[in-house]
Write a protein that binds this ligand. Structure first.
Ligand SMILES: Cc1cc2nc3c(=O)[nH]c(=O)nc-3n(C[C@H](O)[C@H](O)[C@H](O)COP(=O)(O)OP(=O)(O)OC[C@H]3O[C@@H](n4cnc5c(N)ncnc54)[C@H](O)[C@@H]3O)c2cc1C
Length: 873
């Protein structure tokens, strides 16, 4: 059996472990917003779709790979409809909730039929058809020699090759395709069968929405004949096989799958479209243009400067202008003032207008914390009354949780709400509330139940701050942002203003706090402070480590905004984001603190630069307190790690390729695949060579190799999954498919070092779970474990950023890579220290796993930063 097939078998066997024949997991991130199903083309292999899937790895991508088992199943499926029926039937009740079903060529036909069947089950995916059409004339079976020719041509063109191939025998065809005869015979049989099916296919009429993406040099079909749903057309340059083979076309298809078609790019019947995207890489060009038009003006700068000085009128005017242009909540449903974009577009707009210097907490409180929470959990009336006003920028909202006696221990709150008929009467005192003086509404936590378990009987309300009985007093603080103390005396609140059921607020707070903890507001602030620092020092490249850390935090925060609205969002995920972003951004503030003595005396600084530096100085202490302090985040993460540290550790490498990592760990850990006899940690050229040979024998050397060179073309991310797994298991980095020291090799090496870090973390956690001193397990001692938990958050962040670097760049950006390496090296040193401390004296004995990880880290961390002597940070 050839290596590639062996690997496919491993992967296939694991992929179908769910028991669904042919259904392959192509990407399974920890939190995917949507599920995309890709149907195979006529040749039955999903390889042609891999380049597209690689662009969509933040979604869960599943694919249907043809197998004779499904196709023939007793007797050959006589039609496309029957083939689709067999696939859908095999899903059984394990059918994922599919959002998009997509296919190229024959695969589009299959995707359509599958979509129609799913619709009957109540799942209504969007159907994306890539140059798919149905036959316009009667089918005539080609002669075997023609079929052979067509098969070879189709397979090679699908892989991006051009030309004519003359093959006169199956053996010659197999050789041209680099297949063994067994694989060739199976693939050819599938091709012949599928060609017959598509040749005689007439689509089932349906009612799903379709996006039909056509190649300009290909035949036309009008899908409006087949569906009563909406049909959007898009044309992309080239022929049938060019659709999936050029970066521009792939980028356009990716955008369409992510965001749908932009209005301006939708092609009318005549089919004269000019492309799909915008420079912003999203489907909302008008919104970005409108924002640029607004912020590139002297009036906006004036509004920003006045807003920074806490001029309430200026803040109100700025937000009303953003609201009037639909820039505050474009991802909300239209009925509440949105325009139906993705949350990603909304976050990108937010990042841009906050980058101009506008105070961000007004937005964070109003839109992000209160708005999204009401959207997710509020009553219909509350949504109707509040959300459109927020969307138009006419109303601000704030949060009233904290009380004089209830800070971190929020459940100790004493504000009471008593039910009287169709309303509640609220009494209590709330403190440290930001912007209550200019807000119209506030999210209030109050006690409605009888005293007892302090977590029971808490209810959430949105209170009208103009109601009689509300008194707002300003509290002077060192920071410009306004903090208030709010007294509620016999304030009447209608029951439709309650969120969730009476007394069930504590359960809802998890979701509300997850929304608060993405850290996106921190990272936009930190980026501004950093820019101001660089401007003030006049040395733009002076702070590479800090800059790298803010880049890393930005990736983490953006990822958190992708998941924060999910009902199943885990408290740990946003706690990691909150912890990492707030602590990173605080370090930028500390940099200002360090230099403040000289910065404060500078008279030559631009007004906004001065404002930013002052904010950095005064707002940074609050970052690690508000929305849950760092210690509370560490406790939250620690509880979760205590329950399942092993899965959480494995999730970091799995982000790079779940199937590959599982396969590698499975193959190399327990079975040893011929290397078991060699101690995992032993280093020697002979052992490294033996491990490299084992990997090659298993087919892993084909993972990154391009498809046209006989590889699987899975890209650098998959390569990182391999090195990460090797590090995690404590092996040497024996996977080196390219030249040492190249950008890609450095990325793979960084993944290897990350693997070592996760492996060492796992070792230390495991030890702390078993070891007792003073009658307590080490894992229960916060003083010892918090540094290790913090390092877990750093490993998670480093992994998220590394995945982004490996995933988005064909040639990694040298500057960004270098900054990342500095960040990783810095984080690794802290992790090593925390883990070795947990291990006690056993950790430094030669026979302990920890000491071996330690030495392997020492051998490899230095390589992350080859230029360390040349630059200072
Ligand atoms: C800038 C800013 C904006 C804010 N905005 C709002 C707002 O709009 N609305 C609102 O309701 N509140 C707001 N807060 C209040 C915020 O929620 C509280 O500061 C936070 O809950 C911590 O409470 P505390 O300040 O009373 O500190 P405490 O709870 O008294 O804690 C003091 C210190 O002890 C630590 N600590 C406490 N318990 C433990 C423990 N069990 N283990 C280890 N360490 C512990 C804490 O981490 C902290 O470092 C804001 C705070 C800040 C700084």
């Amino acid at each position: 059996m050839d290596y590639g097939k062996r690997l496919s078998t491993y992967l296939g066997a694991r992929s179908t472990a769910t028991g669904v024949p042919g259904l392959v997991e192509m990407s399974r991130p920890a939190h995917a917003e949507r599920v995309l199903l890709f149907a195979h083309p006529v040749g039955g292999s999903l390889l042609a779709l891999q380049p597209l899937v690689r662009r969509l790895l933040d979604h869960r991508c599943v694919g249907l790979e043809a197998s004779l088992e499904v196709l023939v199943d007793g007797e050959p499926a006589p039609s496309m409809q029957e083939l689709a029926r067999r696939y859908v039937a095999s899903f059984g009740d394990r059918c994922p909730d599919i959002d998009v079903v997509c296919g190229w060529s024959f695969g589009g036909g299959l995707a359509w039929e599958i979509g129609c069947l799913l619709a009957r089950r109540g799942v209504r995916p969007k159907v994306v058809l890539l140059d798919s059409t149905w036959p316009f004339r009667a089918y005539k079976e080609p002669r075997p020699s023609e079929q052979l020719q067509e098969f070879v041509g189709d397979a090679l063109r699908s892989g991006g090759q051009n030309g004519e191939w003359l093959v006169d025998s199956p053996a010659a065809a197999a050789e041209a395709l680099g297949m063994d005869m067994e694989t060739f015979s199976e693939r050819f049989e599938i091709f012949v069968h599928n060609s017959r099916i598509i040749g005689t296919w007439s689509p089932t009429p349906g009612d799903l929405d379709i996006v039909s993406i056509r190649a300009t040099q290909s035949s036309r079909s009008d899908w409006r004949e087949m569906t009563t749903g909406d049909v959007d057309f898009q044309e992309l340059p080239g022929g049938h096989y060019d659709l999936l083979n050029g970066p521009e076309n792939l980028a356009a298809i990716e955008k369409i799958i992510r965001y749908g078609l932009p209005a301006a790019g939708t092609v009318a019947e005549t089919g004269t479209g000019t492309g799909t995207g915008t420079d912003d890489g999203n489907a909302a060009p008008d919104l970005f243009a409108s924002l640029a038009e607004l912020t590139d003006t002297a009036r906006w700068r004036d509004l920003v400067i006045r807003s920074r000085r806490m001029d309430g009128k200026a803040i109100a005017e700025a937000y009303r202008e953003l609201g009037r242009r639909g820039l505050l909540t474009p991802d909300w449903p239209r009925e509440f003032g949105g325009s139906g974009t993705s949350t990603r577009v909304s976050v990108e707009l937010f990042e841009r207008f906050i980058a101009t210097g506008l105070p961000d907490l007004v937005y964070a409180l109003t839109v992000q914390i209160v708005g999204y929470f009401v959207l997710k959990s509020g009553s219909d009336r509350l949504k109707r009354e509040l959300l459109p006003r927020i969307s138009r920028g006419e109303e601000f909202a704030t949060v009233l949780y904290s009380e004089p006696g209830a800070g971190s221990d929020l459940a100790a709150l004493r504000t009471r709400a008593e039910r009287r008929g169709d309303r509640y009467v609220v009494n209590g005192v709330k403190v440290f509330s930001i912007y209550s003086d200019i807000s119209g509404s506030a999210l209030v936590a109050a006690r409605t139940g009888a005293d007892g378990n302090k977590y029971d009987g808490i209810t959430l309300f949105v209170v009208d701050l103009a109601a009689p009985g509300v008194t707002v007093e300003l509290v002077d603080t060192i920071q410009p942002e306004r903090m208030c103390r709010v007294t509620l005396r016999d304030v009447e609140v209608e029951s439709w203003r309650r969120i969730g059921a009476d007394g069930r607020g504590w359960g809802l707070l998890d979701g509300a706090l997850a929304i608060e903890r993405t850290g996106i507001d921190h990272v936009v602030r930190a980026a501004r402070w950093l820019t101001a620092l660089r401007t003030a020092t006049g040395r733009p490249d002076d702070l590479p480590l800090l800059e790298g850390q803010v880049e890393c935090a930005t990736t983490v925060a953006r990822a958190a905004t992708e998941v924060f609205l999910r009902p199943d969002v885990a408290a740990t995920d946003t706690a990691v984001a909150k912890l990492y972003t707030s602590e990173t951004c605080q370090q930028v503030g500390h940099e200002v603190l360090r230099r403040w003595r000289t910065l404060a005396d500078r008279t030559d600084l631009d007004e906004l630069v001065r404002e930013e530096l002052y904010s950095g100085l005064t707002e940074s202490p609050g970052l690690t307190l508000s929305a849950g302090s760092s210690e509370i985040m560490l406790s939250t993460i620690k509880v979760d790690l205590g329950e399942e540290y092993s899965r959480r550790c494995r999730d970091i490498p799995r982000r790079f390729g779940a199937e590959l990592v599982d396969t590698l760990v499975e193959v190399l850990e327990p079975v040893g695949a011929g290397v078991r006899a060699q101690p995992l940690f032993a280093s020697s050229p002979t052992r490294r060579t033996a491990l490299a040979e084992t990997l090659a024998e298993l087919g892993f050397d084909r993972v990154e190799r391009p498809e046209d060179e006989g590889g699987l073309g899975l890209g650098l991310t998959a390569g990182c999954a391999i090195t990460l797994s090797l590090g995690y298991l404590g092996y040497e980095n024996a996977y080196r498919p390219g030249p040492t020291g190249s950008g890609e090799d450095r990325v793979r090496h960084a993944a290897y070092v990350l693997g070592l870090g996760v492996g060492l973390f796992r070792t230390a956690w495991e030890y702390a779970s078993g070891r007792e001193q003073f009658g307590r397990r080490l894992v229960d001692l916060d003083a010892l474990m918090f540094p290790l938990v913090r390092s877990y958050a750093e490993m998670y962040a480093v992994g998220t950023r590394l995945h982004e670097i490996a995933n988005t760049a064909t040639q990694p950006d040298q500057g960004a890579l270098r900054r990342f390496e500095l960040v990783q090296q810095d984080a690794m040193v802290r992790l090593v220290r925390a883990a070795m401390q947990v291990m006690g004296a056993r950790g430094i004995t030669e026979w302990s796993v920890a000491s071996r990880f330690y030495m392997r880290c020492a051998e490899n961390i230095g390589l992350l930063d080859p230029l360390s002597g040349e630059e200072k940070c």
